[in-house]
Design a protein around this ligand. Structure first.
Ligand code: SAH
Length: 366
């Protein structure tokens, strides 16, 4: 297979400036202004490269809508609130959430100002279309407001949702060798992209604290971009009030290991093989995110698996209710989706995906 246009560009960059770190490689592969994976395509669904929970079933977005409604009541039912989604994909989750909100709490629907943080022009278009259709009378005439990043979100209380967003943010990888940690790099071997190591170790101040016990070759990941986004979100929530719900695949506790993976057409591929044409992700460390929230004095309301979270919030009665009004084929599809979202076998979605909910203390009703 010929190389991708982005592979050619990254090789030129490396020839000119030398090897790049893994975070830079991820940022280019996903967000390059012309050839970045998310910039050029809609990667979701059966015809795309991967499928996400809201694309599996409307129940997922509806449950998240109900979580948001609950948080809004805890905030004292303000007449104006920002509902923020990070990386909304096709907009399916938000459309389902707004429909559920409109049904149970029209006053919340009327209070919402919708903010979408999205870099992909292709997906922004998809979001505009689906949300224009989904907006009920209470939201009529109020378009979502798009942002490139969280820096431009307006002041004021907000409820934030992010499903499969943090896994797409660039991470650094450090490799242990002879008592030191070295940045993992992407360089060229025989003119092909290949992993390597920086000759100099990272300064002791940046080295992970497990230096003394790690074996040679051990890899740890440092989610610099994700940590910055989390810190920024938590600052806003601490200052203006509100809550955030983060769902992604990853681990509840910090662990070592290389979790960088690439997916194309629903199969794993070599992360260096087709930059710009395969999705590139890492597992999210929820311990790191929760620690950032705790440092910002936020309350950790939920830290659980997706299966635990969805069961707790009532996905089973919701499925039963939907099935009552469904054809036998639809009822079978609902049962399958329920099983897929909540299956907590070791490598299944319900256990692989984790949920973190944080909120500003003092906004909770006693
Ligand atoms: N939440 C959706 C889509 C997940 S895919 C769902 O569950 O179906 C990741 C989403 O994050 C896409 O919308 C992608 O365009 C967006 N994204 C990726 N990197 C981003 C970045 N750095 N800033 C803003 N959005 C980003």
């Amino acid at each position: 297979m010929s190389e991708t246009p982005l592979a050619r560009e990254i090789k030129d960059l490396i020839r000119h400036d030398g090897p790049i770190d893994v975070a830079r490689y991820m940022a280019l592969a996903l967000g390059h202004p012309r050839h970045g994976y998310y910039i050029t395509r809609d990667p979701l669904g059966a015809a795309g490269d991967f499928i996400t929970a809201p694309e599996i079933s409307q129940m997922f977005g509806e449950i998240l809508g109900l979580w948001a409604a609950h948080r809004w009541m805890i905030l004292g039912s303000p007449t104006h609130i920002g509902l923020v989604e990070l990386g909304p994909g096709r907009g399916t989750l938000m459309a389902d959430a707004l429909r559920a909100i409109g049904k149970v709490l029209p006053a919340f629907a009327a209070a919402i100002e919708l903010h979408l943080v999205e870099t992909s022009p292709t997906l922004r278009k998809a979001q505009a279309t689906i949300l224009a259709e989904a907006r009920g009378p209470s939201l009529a005439g109020r378009s979502p407001i798009w942002h490139d990043d969280i820096a431009t979100l307006p002041d004021g209380p907000s409820i934030v949702i992010a499903n499969e967003f943090f896994d797409a943010l660039p991470v650094h990888q450090l490799v242990h060798r002879s008592g030191h940690w070295h940045e993992r790099l992407v360089g060229l071997v025989d003119d092909e992209l290949a992993f390597g190591l920086a000759a100099e170790p990272v300064p002791a101040s940046q080295a992970p604290s497990l230096s003394n016990t790690a074996l040679d070759g051990t890899i740890v990941e440092y989610p610099e971009a994700g940590s910055q986004v989390m810190a920024g979100l938590c600052d806003r929530i601490a200052r203006f009030g509100g809550a955030a719900l983060i769902i992604d695949y990853g681990h509840l506790e910090f662990g070592v290991g290389d979790t960088l993976q690439a997916m194309a057409a629903h199969a794993f591929v070599d992360p260096l093989a087709r930059p710009g044409e395969a999705d590139l992700t890492t597992h999210v460390c929820f311990e790191t995110l929760a620690r950032i929230a705790a440092d910002k004095r936020l309350a950790i309301d939920i830290l659980a698996t997706q299966a635990q979270f969805l069961n707790e919030l009532g996905i089973r009665p919701m499925a039963a209710n939907l099935s009552r009004h469904a054809t036998p084929e639809q009822a079978e599809a609902i049962a399958k989706a329920l099983e897929r979202l909540t299956d907590d076998a070791p490598r299944a979605m319900g256990s692989l995906f984790k949920v973190l909910a944080v909120s500003a203390p003092g906004t909770q009703r006693s």
